[in-house]
Design a protein around this ligand. Sequence first.
Ligand SMILES: [Zn+2]
Ligand SMILES: [Zn+2]
Length: 396
Amino acid sequence: MLCTPQPYHDESLASYILRLSEANYYESPHWILQLVSCSANRVLKFALDRSKVTKLSQLTGIDDKLLQSKAFRAIRGHYFISYEVNQKATHLCPKCLKESSYARFLWDVDINRVCHIHRCNLVNKCPQCHQKIQWSRPGVTKCKCGFDFRDSAVTNATNSQVNFALYRVGCWGDAECMKLVKATYREDNPLFCLTFEQFEQLSNFLKFDIRICLSHKGNLAMSQDILTKFNSKSKLLSSEELVFDFFKDWKHNINYLFQWHEDNSLGKNSTRHTILAMVFRFVEFSSLLPVNCLLSTQLEIALRKYLYDYNVIQIEIAYRYSNDCYKEKLDLDRIEDWLPRLGGMLDCHELTLTRLIWVGQHIKSLRWLKGCSAWQIVLNRPLWKLFEFKSKFVTL
Ligand SMILES: [Zn+2]
Ligand SMILES: [Zn+2]
């Protein structure tokens, strides 16, 4: 190939192929794709097939490890777990394009809607032909209709959205961005002890609660711009942005949310049902967090207080361990004595009450003996000998 530019450090493989086509005066990337026998809609997952990257490397003389690292599978290995690359359409920042004409790999990830550098919303449709922007197009800055994307008008993103964009980029390895967001959210915010994957699970868990609570005008402390977007049902507001903003004032918001849940389950159901429903909320919530994270500790304290307030005096557990059956009634006011003992016996020293109940809830539904134990999921450690586990609350 005559002209072989170097890929940029934050460029996607798709963008590089596009730039390569443009530099060599091809009308579209299809010719290069044909040479490496790859179809257009698979190009973002290029790294699935090493031989294709190798062919591209032979074609361009660019090191194939470098090319491989631009492909989404490789990037996903490090940073992206459950977010899919948006294969049907991509986003772009007209201001970034003006500074340097190549597509940043972050633009291809579905969750990205904001450019944290220019604090503006990314563009996903051509302002002239109103079609979604495809990665396979005549040029990096050119639409099929001839429009130059650098001329697109941009709208400002809100501060909350920019903070979330910085957090996301920070989680994916940019230390400067992480520093900026920590300055706004305070270093001791529990979000900072999570991986981005854990944050995603947390936002999946919390988004319904927050939405329902907000639509009932619950007293959550949220940023005004998020509330405005929420009330206008703006498509630009994602669940992750909502949950991220919820954590800015996390102590107030979490207490409020639990209180709100309790108020709403009371009256409709019996107290016993309320207690169980609330305990399961605590337990499910806590299981999404690392054991020693500040928020887990707070949830553990809140759970114990909650059980105490509702006169739960004992927890009855039954389990089978090394082929022997055990049944124990454990007094909640002596939890400091038996929790370490039980934890030691189960070879699980970080055992907390929330984790213990979590296992009680899940150990039967998971077919964990066939290769994965509930403990492994809770505490990232296998415990093969625990065959059955049940727990029950005893009230005064
Ligand atoms: Zn930008
Ligand atoms: Zn167009």
